[in-house]
Structures are given as structure tokens and as C-alpha cells.
Ligand binder design. Structure first.
Ligand code: SDX
Length: 391
């Protein structure tokens, strides 16, 4: 059923989309994937294991996971013509724009398997996207660096293959750092789904028109790119860097945020649903110190982030507005320590969120009885009026 609530901004928000996938309690800071707490999932599972859970509803058996992993590994190659697609874009292109455009282009190679109501074709598109999005992401990164694209290495795990595609090169053998690999797998898990956020709602809405899965994911990537949504992890690092480089005290910056000077916001803080701590932010913060220490990185930006959090959480302005760190507040410092450039951070968010987008798209669009999405409106414009005779 679709309810209507009128927000204090006068916006009408279609209140309810039914789903069995993810549960959030914003007041209690609870997040569950198919009933399992984010804490348990992050501590015990792998990215592909969670992808299976979100898409199929149960934890996979060892055989199911092995077959799934094997299928993904053996669908990582991109068509050689598609690799030339990247050369049409400037090296300054933002990787999120490259990602969305390349996913849309990817679908042109699979015209025979795009039918959203054919279960076999949906399975194939699911595997193809899970396998190829990380490769496209790594190519966007290499493109920006002006470095050669590597071929995927099917002997490596999902995350290790992604790391090698990003940080390996043709001149040197690449040794995966297990600390980096485990930390990235965990961060991807923390992003895998989050109920009806802006980008997931976009994926469901586009899919409801019977547009194919690639088109829906391409649209979701664009929605995620905004700085109020997934783009926030990039904006947090920019904000921390400006504070460091300007020498401005954290307290002074917070005062400017409270004064809403030039619309400045404490990026990585606040949330549409969490009016308490985002459980993902807590898990990321817990691991930040350990990951940076294991990687031998000492980054003053992490200290600035911690100071910002301490000052904000002690200030009524933020407490009254229930503004707490969200998932984007600490992730960037870890991504930076891993060696990713800031403009790749939201791309990492997109790879993390892909299984959730796919699961939500399948839940709402594989069923032929699905109605096309049509967000409702509360009309607040002028009443009927006659055309001016003297015009
Ligand atoms: C993600 O939906 C999801 O689940 C998203 C996500 C996911 O996993 O998919 O969790 C991922 O997008 C997390 C959010 C990342 N975005 C940011 O960190 C950007 C900074 N945060 C905000 O711009 C803001 O908090 C939002 C957009 C996240 C939420 O905005 P709301 O709930 O609509 O809050 P609002 O804009 O109505 O603000 C309410 C008040 C205002 O002050 P007053 O007008 O009452 O004086 O709080 C203030 C705002 O100015 N406010 C902030 C603030 N966020 C809200 N003030 C300073 N810094 C902030 N970050």
C-alpha cells in the first residue's frame, strides 16, 4: 500500500514501499539485512555471501556460495570494444560519471538478455553486473591515472581481484595485502543495502517502467553521486582537508556550520532516518584506527574527524537536530589510507551498494504484476483561472 505523509517542507513523501530485505530502526540505530544484524553480518560474512543473502533471502550453503563465487569470477571480462569506450572520455572525467555511462553502455552487449521478466536473463544480468562493475570501476581509476588497464585475475577472490585491477600494473607482480583486503570487504558489506534510500528508490522506480537492470543501476549510480547521498564520503575528505590546510580550528569550523555560513554543512553528519548513531559509522570508526595502524598510515585527517565528532556531539545545535555521524563520516579516511583517490570513494560506495540495488530491483520488478511507479503529489499551486483577455 502507499501512504502519504506531508513533510514540514510541504513535500509529499510516498511513505511506504513494502520490502523484506532490510530493516532500519532510526531511533535505536538498528540495521538488519534479512533479519541479521549489521554487526553480525560485518563480523562473519564476505561481500558475495551478503550479496547472496540480500538477493535470495537466506545465507548460502557452502556449495551455493562456491558456485556463485565461481560464476562471478568467470564473468569479469569486458568486451574489448567496451574497453575502447573509456578512451572517448577525458582523463578528468569523474569516475561516477564514467561508471554510470559504462554500465549503460554495457547493456548494449546483452540485448538478448535484458528481459526483466525472464528469470534466467535476470540471473545472468545479476552475475554480469556483480562481476563487471568492479572492473569498470578499476578502469575508471586507471583512466584517471593514465595507466594501462589490467585483465581480471580469476585466481583471486572478488576483493583481491578488484585491488589488483586498481593498484597492480603490467611492470610489477602484485601482492595483495590481506589487511587491506579484509578491511575493504568489510566496508563493502556495510554499504550493501540500506532500505529505500534515494538511489535505491531510483533503481526501483526506473525498474518499475520495465527498463532493464543495467539501465536501472546506471540511474542509481547517478542518484548516489550527489553530495547529500553517496557523494558525501568524498565531500567529507574535502572538508577535512580544507580544515587541515586552512589551519582553522575545529571549533571555529563548527561555529561556521552552526551559522550556516555559505551553506556549509558538517558533511558525513545527519541522516534522513537515523536520529541516533548510524550503526555503520560506529563499526567504521572502530576499525579506522586498526586499519590505519595495520597499513602503517598516520593521517592527521582522522584526528580532525574525531575532534569534529567530539565537538559536534557536545554541542546542542547538533544534539537538538539529532545530527550524528553517518556511514560516510569515517570511510573516506580508510579509503585514502588504502590508496584510493578521493574521487573513487563514491565509486566504492556504489560497488558496495550494488547487491542491494539488484535485490531491491528484483524484489519489485521481476513480478509482471508490478505497477509502474508514480510518486504522488500534493498540489499547492494556483486554482483554475481565466486567460487574460488583454494579452
Ligand atoms: C547517505 O537514506 C539513506 O539511507 C542514505 C545512506 C545510504 O546508506 O543509502 O545512509 C547514505 O546518503 C548518508 C547521508 C550522507 N550525506 C551527508 O553526510 C551530507 C550532510 N548531511 C545532510 O545534508 C543531511 O543531514 C541529510 C541530507 C543527510 C539529511 O537531511 P535531512 O534529514 O533532510 O535534514 P535537513 O536537511 O532537513 O536538516 C534539518 C536541520 C537543518 O537545520 P535547521 O533548518 O533546523 O536550522 O539540520 C541541519 C539543517 O541545516 N543539518 C545539518 C546537517 N544535516 C542537517 N547542519 C549541519 N551539517 C549537517 N550535515
Amino acid at each position: 500500500q502507499t501512504g502519504l505523509t506531508t513533510l514540514d517542507q510541504g513535500f509529499v513523501n510516498t511513505a511506504s514501499t513494502k520490502s523484506e530485505i532490510t530493516y532500519i530502526d532510526g531511533d535505536e540505530g538498528i540495521l538488519r539485512y534479512r533479519g541479521y544484524s549489521i554487526e553480525d553480518v560485518a563480523a562473519n560474512a564476505t561481500y558475495l555471501e551478503v550479496a547472496w543473502l540480500l538477493i535470495y533471502g537466506e545465507l548460502p550453503t557452502p556449495d551455493q556460495l562456491g558456485e556463485f563465487d565461481d560464476k562471478v569470477r568467470h564473468h569479469t571480462l569486458l568486451h574489448e570494444d567496451l574497453k575502447r569506450f573509456f578512451s572517448a572520455l577525458p582523463h578528468t572525467a569523474h569516475p561516477m560519471s564514467v561508471l554510470s555511462a559504462a554500465v549503460s553502455a554495457l547493456s548494449t552487449y546483452y540485448e538478448d538478455s535484458l528481459d526483466p521478466h525472464d528469470p534466467e536473463k535476470v540471473e545472468l544480468s545479476t552475475i554480469r553486473l556483480l562481476a563487471k562493475l568492479p572492473v569498470i570501476a578499476a578502469y575508471a581509476h586507471k583512466k584517471a591515472l593514465g595507466q594501462a588497464f589490467l585483465y581480471p585475475d580469476n585466481s583471486l577472490s572478488f576483493v583481491d581481484n578488484f585491488l589488483k585491477l586498481n593498484f597492480g600494473n603490467l611492470a610489477e607482480p602484485y601482492e595483495v595485502n590481506p589487511v587491506l583486503s579484509k578491511a575493504l570487504d568489510r566496508l563493502l558489506i556495510l554499504h550493501e543495502d540500506h532500505e529505500q534510500n534515494a538511489s535505491t528508490s531510483t533503481v526501483r522506480l526506473v525498474g518499475s517502467t520495465e527498463a532493464n537492470l543495467f539501465a536501472s543501476i546506471s540511474a542509481g549510480i547517478q542518484a548516489l553521486s550527489g553530495p547529500l547521498h553517496g557523494g558525501a564520503n568524498e565531500a567529507v575528505l574535502t572538508m577535512l582537508g580544507k580544515i587541515r590546510d586552512s589551519g582553522e580550528s575545529v571549533e571555529k569550523f563548527v561555529e561556521r556550520v552552526k551559522a550556516k555560513e555559505d551553506g556549509v554543512r558538517l558533511m558525513g553528519f545527519g541522516h534522513r532516518v537515523y536520529k541516533n548513531f548510524d550503526p555503520r559509522a560506529r563499526l567504521v570508526k572502530e576499525s579506522a584506527d586498526a586499519v590505519l595502524a595495520d597499513l602503517g598510515v598516520n593521517d592527521p585527517l582522522l584526528d580532525i574527524a574525531k575532534q569534529l565528532e567530539e565537538v559536534a556531539l557536545g554541542d546542542d545545535y547538533f544534539v537538538e537536530r539529532k545530527l550524528y555521524p553517518n556511514v560516510d563520516f569515517y570511510t573516506g579516511v580508510i579509503y585514502k589510507a588504502m590508496g584510493f583517490p578521493t574521487r573513487m570513494f563514491t565509486v566504492l560506495f556504489a560497488i558496495g551498494r550494488l547487491p542491494g540495488w539488484i535485490a531491491q530491483w528484483r524484489e519489485s520488478n521481476v513480478d509482471p504484476k508490478t505497477k509502474i511507479g508514480r510518486p504522488q503529489q500534493l498540489y499547492v499551486g494556483p486554482d483554475a483561472r481565466s486567460w487574460p483577455v488583454d494579452r
